[in-house]
Design a protein around this ligand. Structure first.
Ligand code: RB5
Length: 142
């Protein structure tokens, strides 16, 4: 189950991602927001991240204006590795090297075609493991 979250700045891409995931036959759960009315991105990032921590969702795709704020909030949760990416290669490497379980995208920074390419790439790229396992194990500090 893929957790979806956004603030108003990423709302439209979150809605488009639902259609994309439906096309791909992937299940999703939407943790808001529900419109383009101004809201605070941590509220939605925390809700979706908690669902991942509880095992309700196993990965997430989050959106805000830049992808930065919503990823910062997500990364406060143990076990969440949210990667704010602006180019497709970053999304690919976030899976290969960082085993990122949240992809964070900025609707104000990238066009939809690029976002879709990044989402597809991120979903299909496996974690490489090996030397990267020990590095990931050192990320959590408390
Ligand atoms: C909202 O205006 C904007 O600050 C937010 O979407 C995001 O870009 C923050 O990181």
């Amino acid at each position: 189950m893929i957790a979806l979250a956004s603030d108003h700045g990423g709302y439209r891409y979150k809605e488009r991602t639902k259609v994309l995931l439906d096309t791909l036959g992937l299940a999703w759960k939407d943790f808001g927001t529900d419109s383009e009315e101004s809201v605070d991105y941590p509220d939605f990032s925390h809700a979706a991240s908690e669902a991942m921590q509880h095992g309700e969702c196993d990965r997430g795709i989050f959106f805000c204006g830049t992808g930065i704020g919503i990823s910062l909030a997500a990364n406060r949760h143990r076990g969440i590795r949210a990667a704010a990416c602006q180019i497709p290669e970053a999304a690919r490497l976030s899976r290969l090297h960082n085993d990122a379980n949240v992809l964070a995208l900025g609707e104000r920074l990238i066009d939809w075609d690029t976002a879709e390419q990044m989402i597809r790439m991120w979903l299909e790229t496996p974690f490489e493991g090996g030397r990267h396992e020990q590095r990931i194990a050192k990320i959590e500090i408390e």
